[in-house]
Design a protein around this ligand. Structure first.
Ligand SMILES: Cc1ncc(C[n+]2csc(CCOP(=O)(O)OP(=O)(O)O)c2C)c(N)n1
Length: 651
């Protein structure tokens, strides 16, 4: 550990350091972050960009009495290191270790749990109000990035905080980047402030207005020109924030610790809502990350010397990748297809689309709600939109999915990546609710592929339907099956039987189909023969197939990578009730009603029995629980003709 960092256990220790020592500390912290992330993976560029900012905040403000809220929270590593957690920092994002995001249950310095963006201005102003009610006088400080500022909720918060006129500090950490370069009019406005172009824009606007006014001509324009220099002193570059009721301070260099400390010390004495505009560089201090901040936003283990990822070259393509290629393939044949991402072209696999079909690609910023309503408008007037959003972030647009898309029964395709357990990012990022929240909505079709090849056909199918369609698929690499060179159609609402056996039927969906097949093989060793169904659709369900099999086979196991509440298994039970299939013993495998912690994807899947052994054990428990269960049947007595038995299935 670096010599200064050794001495720093909490923010109070910072205050005894000289400015020079603070600079040394900043570089020691950078080194620690780079080394740790290179081994564990994590968010790198955003953390490297906020080292000085974090030190200055804790130096000036009386934390944890003063409350700091980190928007998104992916930039909180320095904060964790200097608030008593440096010795556990190597455990970050690991099961049982520190979270990669602020967590109130981890430290009193973590005042608000984040992970999803743009919530902290609203939460912060809530804390301000509570402070006033309680008659206390601590400061509330929000740190929010320019990317996160593109979300509607951030403006809802600003709008409200401005008119409340209470002491409140918002630090806008502007690095011109979201994960990719930031987009939108606000980003352009901030860029103009940074380059001083706001004054030119203002001057030009005034000139053109004056010129159009009758009786006011070139002479007045000349006067304006003469005073344009002095205008700089009178008009705040942050006029937008001023109009919203904030005192604007900035822009200031967010890597100059002396400037930051001086500015925050002054701001601390000021009254009312204040917005401090700091300019930082994503990846600051680590050349590979400075050069390619998008790549280094969040990544797996890498070699710190070169910045090269440590990957297994032979692993199958990710679902994201297969989706990205498939959507380009389909869109090249159908000029009506347009693709929408909410600030995640790389993460959703749409960057190839953006490159090859730029005129039909939309990065709408971190604005999932807007993205879904935007898609509704596009669909209504003839375009065929695909909205590619992670399962967890789509939660934010639930009302738009219901009212704007499903109520009007519009053909919008939702490509829902990162469905199920995502791993190290933890509870804010697991996509474990979508089957429940989507299957409740009329008109919606919900499907989940068993592998990356089926994903291709499902995406293709989705564009042939005239209603909203959601295709949900997991984070990470595919199964490794060959990809068909053609695109075919999946029968809507139809499942497929992959294996036959008469003792138990396993209804599986999406990522749980292959583990269920493997479980069926394990069960044979125990003398239990299972039918395994790839159900493919959560809505509409294959009522006929499900009812028929459940009528013939005494035990039913449902398996899903989703919360059990209201999920796929619940749908199977509803189907059986609706079809009056009784006399069947059912058990559901899926996630309990808990917020799943962070940790490796496989570890968490194993913990929650979402693997072959877990599924097999659940089947055995189900069968053995029944005191007088029937003798194993082993063969299905009769099945209606026409059911498709899957081919080329790896067992
Ligand atoms: C609602 C929501 N949508 C998408 C994301 C994914 N995401 C995480 S960080 C990020 C970019 C944030 O940009 P900014 O706030 O400028 O912070 P920076 O990383 O540039 O420091 C995005 C899109 C998220 N966390 N929350």
């Amino acid at each position: 550990m670096g010599s200064i960092l050794k001495k720093v256990n909490n923010p109070a220790d910072l205050r005894s350091l000289s400015k020079k020592e603070l600079l040394t500390l900043a570089s020691e912290i950078r080194e620690k972050i780079i080394n740790t992330v290179s081994k564990r993976g994590g968010h790198l560029a955003s953390n490297l960009g906020t080292v000085e900012l974090t030190l200055a905040i804790h130096y000036v403000f009386d934390t944890p009495r003063d409350k700091v809220l980190w928007d998104v929270g992916h930039q909180c590593y320095t904060h964790k290191i200097i608030t008593g957690r440096k010795d556990r920092f190597h455990t970050i994002r690991q099961y049982g270790g520190l979270s990669g995001f602020p967590r109130r249950d981890e430290s009193p310095y973590d005042t608000y749990d984040t992970g999803h963006s743009s919530t902290t201005i609203s939460a912060g102003i809530g804390m301000v109000e509570a402070r006033e009610i309680e008659g206390e006088d601590y400061k509330v400080i929000v740190v929010i990035g320019d990317g996160s500022m593109t979300a509607g909720i951030a403006f809802e918060g600003l709008n409200y905080a401005g008119q409340l006129n209470k002491d409140f500090i918002v630090i806008l950490n502007d690095n011109e980047m979201s994960i990719s370069p930031n987009v939108g009019a606000l980003a352009n406005y901030l860029a103009r402030i940074m380059t001083g172009q706001w004054i030119n824009r203002f001057r030009n606007d005034i000139k053109s207005i004056l010129k159009t006014m009758p009786g006011i001509g070139e002479s007045v324009v000349k006067i304006v020109k003469q005073v344009e220099e002095s205008l700089k002193g009178f008009i705040s570059p942050g006029i937008l924030f001023e109009e919203l009721g904030f005192t604007y301070v900035g822009p200031i260099d967010g890597h100059r610790i002396d400037v930051l400390i001086n500015t925050f010390s002054n701001v601390k004495k000021m009254k009312g809502p204040i917005l401090v505009h700091t300019i930082t560089k994503k990846g600051h201090g680590y050349l590979p990350a400075e050069k390619d901040p998008s790549f280094f936003h969040g990544l797996g283990p890498f070699k710190p010397k070169t910045g090269k990822l440590i990957t297994d070259q032979n692993s199958p393509p990710t679902y994201t990748h297969v989706f990205g290629d498939t959507i380009v393939e389909i869109a090249k044949k159908d000029s009506k297809i347009v693709a929408i991402t909410a600030a995640m072209p790389e993460g959703t696999g749409l960057s190839r689309f953006a490159k090859e079909i730029p005129d039909r690609f939309y990065d709408i910023g971190i604005a999932e709600q807007h993205g879904v309503s935007f898609a509704a408008g596009l669909a209504l007037n003839g375009a065929k939109p695909v909205v590619a959003i992670y399962s967890t972030f789509l939660q934010r647009a639930y009302d738009q999915i219901i009212q704007d898309v499903c109520l009007q029964n519009l053909p919008v395709v939702f490509a829902i990546d990162r469905a199920g357990i995502v791993g190290e990012d933890g509870p804010t990022h697991h996509g474990v609710f979508d089957l429940s929240y989507l299957r409740a909505i009329p008109n919606m079709i919900v499907m989940a592929p068993k592998d990356e090849n089926e994903l291709r056909h499902m995406i293709n199918t989705a564009f042939t339907l005239s209603s909203p369609v959601a295709v949900r698929y997991p984070r990470g690499k595919g199964i490794g099956v060959p990809l068909d060179p053609f695109l075919s159609l999946v029968d809507v609402g139809k499942g497929e039987i992959l294996k036959e056996g008469g003792d138990l039927v396993i209804f599986a969906i999406g990522s749980m189909v292959y583990p269920s097949l493997k479980a069926a093989s394990l069960l044979i060793n125990k003398g239990i023969y299972a039918t395994v169904v790839n159900c493919r659709f959560v809505k509409p369900m294959d009522e006929e197939l499900i009812s028929e099999l459940a009528s013939e086979i005494p035990f039913v196991l449902t398996v899903e990578e989703n919360v059990l509440d209201g999920g796929f298994g619940s749908g199977v039970i509803e189907t059986l009730v609706n079809n009056e299939v009784s006399n069947v013993k059912i058990k559901r495998v899926g996630l309990p009603s808990v917020f799943v912690e962070h940790g490796h994807q496989d570890l968490l899947r194993n913990k929650y029995k979402l693997n072959a052994e877990g599924i097999a054990n659940e089947a055995i428990t189900l069968i053995e629980q029944q005191p007088h269960h029937a003798e194993p049947v082993h063969h299905i007595k009769s099945l209606k003709k026409g059911l498709f038995i899957g081919k080329n299935i790896k067992h």
